[in-house]
Design a protein around this ligand. Structure first.
Ligand SMILES: Cc1cc2nc3c(=O)[nH]c(=O)nc-3n(C[C@H](O)[C@H](O)[C@H](O)COP(=O)(O)OP(=O)(O)OC[C@H]3O[C@@H](n4cnc5c(N)ncnc54)[C@H](O)[C@@H]3O)c2cc1C
Length: 431
């Protein structure tokens, strides 16, 4: 029995390491998908955005760390929000005492009012959820501007399905402590994280790739998926491969478009799915030690980047001696004003903006690159659940297994992709 796996990103490669009789077809010459890293001039950048390894799922975390062996460092998160020129501890609700006093007061009052009003009505969208969970102060000062900047989507048009377990509700005691300046930590599952010493996040991919080396067919861009005589026929337009079972890890859009005789209602649901894209600006600086931050969140509208990461603070191995690496992340929608800027324009603007905000000194920049990633974040709009359900039911009836971030079309981090791959491999191996 041969299992065909489409895509050699983290999910496809994890599946490959767990299913003995399988073959992986990958459209690019290199594996890794969103977990690829650019290595140039002694710098290593995670080119689809800064990646760290963490998980609440201990078994998955162990599996992930084992793949890296001793090529790993453990770090404690030191992350801030740049708010009105102040570095506020992250998450925002744990850093209220870093705010100007009046802002701190308004956040605390808003939180208390939200507690008093709670249970009066269920939030119907993400914006309402932010107001009812955090109160007016925190919602309006940071949470709504930041979320609308990263999602590039109106928060009142977003559902709350993705929030569960991802944005924790703050304990009352923590908010009071945070406002008074007594140290508390939020998002504790991510407080300590891991990162490869050398090779960026792609080191994880390399290890998986070696386990499945002979099973991978590179430069095979799947254009059509057919079912003939109880077999799956997968073709790139030139060559055909045939399998007993099929797992798709490529974006769900590509899966549906590879199939014949798709009903109009499926295309309609597909066209309504929302996602955003990302441009990463990779900067090398001629500075040995820039700061102690892991990354910064920037809610202000006067700067393209919503997040700036400092990978040299994860591992010194990502930059040549005496230099540091900085990675700015900018989301956009296809065809919007950001998308229309050239890479050079985006680099120049980002360098100027980060200089103005005193995050970097523009005169120290010695390396610049930009990289666009079409599928970055799944957006759960108000019709998300209905649309994804219709498409998944259709593909499941056809017998195609969807596994991975853009195949399942869900906000999955690496650990959730590994978990999904492990669960799917178990089903394949048991059948
Ligand atoms: C900005 C950003 C930051 C992130 N940070 C973190 C983090 O800190 N920690 C964390 O745990 N996770 C993080 N993630 C999530 C993580 O990147 C993903 O969960 C994971 O990489 C998804 O892997 P995948 O294999 O499912 O998908 P992908 O990486 O998209 O892989 C799909 C593969 O399929 C291939 N493919 C596509 N179409 C075809 C075709 N037609 N034929 C053949 N092959 C095809 C692609 O080339 C690719 O190799 C982040 C994601 C983003 C966007």
């Amino acid at each position: 029995m041969t299992v065909g796996i489409i895509g050699a990103g983290l999910t496809g490669l994890t599946l490959g390491s767990l299913i003995a009789d399988c073959e992986i077809v990958e459209k690019n010459s290199k594996c890794g998908g969103l977990c690829r890293s650019l290595e140039e001039d002694g710098f290593t950048f995670d080119w689809s955005g800064s990646h760290i390894i963490f998980s609440k799922d201990k078994r998955v975390l162990t599996v992930m760390l084992e793949k890296l062996g001793d090529n790993i460092v453990k770090r404690r998160r030191n992350t801030k929000i740049l708010y009105k020129g102040n570095y506020v501890k992250y998450p925002f609700e744990n850093g209220l005492s870093d705010l100007p006093l009046q802002d701190n007061f308004e956040c605390l009052t808003g939180f208390v009012e939200a507690l008093i009003n709670n249970n009066k009505s269920r939030p119907g969208n993400f914006k309402e959820w932010l107001y009812s969970t955090f109160g007016k102060g925190m919602a309006e000062k940071y949470l709504i501007p930041y979320n609308e900047k990263i999602w590039k989507y109106d928060t009142s048009e977003m559902s709350t399905v993705w929030v569960d377990g991802r944005v924790p509700k703050p304990p009352v005691e923590d908010i009071i402590k945070s406002s008074l300046g007594i140290a508390t930590e939020g998002y504790t599952h991510q407080l300590n994280f891991y990162y490869p010493k050398e090779g960026g996040i792609n080191a994880f991919i390399r290890s998986l790739e070696h386990e499945s080396w002979d099973k991978i067919i590179r430069n095979f861009d799947v254009k059509s998926i057919d079912r003939k005589n109880d077999r799956w026929i997968v073709s790139n337009g030139i060559e055909r491969r045939s399998y007993d079972k099929l797992i798709a890890t490529q974006p769900i859009f590509d899966v549906v478009r590879s199939i014949k005789d798709v009903p109009a209602e499926i295309y309609k649901a597909l066209d309504e799915l929302k996602y955003n894209s990302l441009i990463t600006v990779m900067l090398g600086l001629d500075v040995e030690h820039l700061n102690d931050f892991s990354w910064l969140y920037i809610p202000d509208g006067d700067c393209l980047a919503h997040r700036v990461a400092f990978p040299s603070n994860y591992s010194k191995g990502v930059a040549p001696e005496g230099k540091s690496a900085v990675l700015a992340e900018i989301t956009y929608n296809r065809g919007d004003p950001i998308d229309r800027l050239t890479d050079d324009e985006i680099i120049t603007r980002t360098v100027e903006e980060l200089h103005k905000k005193k995050i970097i000194d523009k005169d120290t920049v010695c390396f610049t690159r930009a990289k666009r990633t079409r599928y970055a974040y799944v957006i759960s709009d108000l019709n998300y659940e209905r649309n994804i359900e219709v498409i998944k039911r259709f593909l499941s009836r056809r017998g195609i297994h969807l596994v991975g971030r853009f195949a399942e079309f869900k906000y999955l981090n690496m650990d959730a992709c590994v978990r999904s791959a492990m669960d799917c491999a178990k089903v394949m191996n048991d059948e």
